[in-house]
Design a protein around this ligand. Sequence first.
Ligand SMILES: CC(C)(COP(=O)(O)OP(=O)(O)OC[C@H]1O[C@@H](n2cnc3c(N)ncnc32)[C@H](O)[C@@H]1OP(=O)(O)O)[C@@H](O)C(=O)NCCC(=O)NCCS
Length: 181
Amino acid sequence: MQRKKIEIQQNYFKDADNFEENIFSNKLKVHKIQMHELFYISQLENMVFQNPWSYFDFNAFYHSSIFRCIKMVNTIVGYAIYRKEYFREYDRKICHLMKIAVHPEFRNLGIGSILLKQMEKYSKRNHLSLIYLEVRESNKSAISFYEKNGYFRYKVIDDYYQETGESAFLMVKNIKKIMKI
Ligand SMILES: CC(C)(COP(=O)(O)OP(=O)(O)OC[C@H]1O[C@@H](n2cnc3c(N)ncnc32)[C@H](O)[C@@H]1OP(=O)(O)O)[C@@H](O)C(=O)NCCC(=O)NCCS
């Protein structure tokens, strides 16, 4: 992470104790999201997405998926949700990234990339050979974020988003090729 970029955010927590120590010393840990935190995740979701998952959606996926977050001064600033799936056609277990979001005040600091790396470690540990995700064709910043992290556009899924009829890119990363995560 570049220190210069992070310094821009300093005012946000200017009153917090040990601000420097908490945020700038590579102490960003990935945590499991607890069930009682889903309400907050759902608020963040509403802030970030045009068609957000509801609180009930988060609840419904909680036990069948991996819920991870990054906190700063005990506040969740980013989250990722993914799960193991079976790809019958190729008899392969793969990982589906269903959600990733970072609070607007904390973007471009590397938080999203840390969450991706954690998911890749999980995939490697669980012998999932591939990670895939869907992203709106218009979401240029997210596409660039995924490409920077080694994902590529595999195909277009027409009319993927029912509410607008927008198409999605199916993006993938082949985990077998990753030598070091
Ligand atoms: C996508 C998202 C999770 C990335 O999180 P992040 O913590 O900001 O990402 P990182 O800091 O790890 O990576 C930043 C990289 O993303 C890309 N990026 C971010 N914003 C960008 C923008 N406005 N234009 C182009 N590229 C952008 C760049 O590649 C950037 O790297 P660089 O600064 O070296 O050029 C975050 O932007 C977000 O929450 N977006 C809204 C929700 C969303 O769209 N989720 C994905 C749905 S599929």
